[in-house]
Design a protein around this ligand. Sequence first.
Ligand code: MG
Length: 248
Amino acid sequence: MKKATLFVASSIFLAAALWAVQDQWPVHDPNRPMPPVVAPGPAGPPVPPPADAVVLFDGKSLASWTDAKGQPVKWKVENGYMEVVPKTGAIRTVRGFGDCQLHVEWMAPTPAKGTGQDRGNSGVFFMDLYEVQVLDCYENKTYADGMTAAIYGQHPPLVNACRPPGEWQTYDIVFHRPRFETDGKLLAPARMTVFHNGLLVHECAVLTGPTAHKARPPYKTHDAKLPVSLQDHNHPVRYRNIWLRELE
Ligand code: MG
């Protein structure tokens, strides 16, 4: 395809995609319908990483991670998992990644404490910018675009596939980074396909821009490879068995 044709095609795609997104609900709208609850199958053992995976956390070492300032992580590691130590800050991978497939297992604290966003809150960020929400939404209500497995502030999941707190849950996410022209103009938005506990919750969802609270800011050009990060939202959420396959 010629460059001009490609540009027109991608512009049409982009306009249609953004129109579809903007046509939807305001950010955190409490009236936005909640997705149906679907009980997933029972939790299984950790899903072993495939041969071509970059293992980001094997249950023992935090060597692939730093805090936001590049210092060693202060989260707890024990019994094959890491646990958020509240107020020590988010952690991020030493390496940067672009398009990828990520597998992550997490567990909300038990007994559950708090309600709404104040219950088992954390988050998985791609490029330190684009969040899939981690939250305990087992018999816990919050706004639809901020619930478990939501693309925070933008897209609720198709179903609520939460297991009870204290049980391991899985996310399998295919992430495609946004593309920018050399002058910084957006060429293609970021996209995500997400499975929560094996159930499809987003199919090629188009992101409006980076994650924010009570806002949907526009894209800003950035590097092609940036860290994956995990959020400290003051709750002792646990993570184990995190691996990633690079797709570019
Ligand atoms: Mg969060």
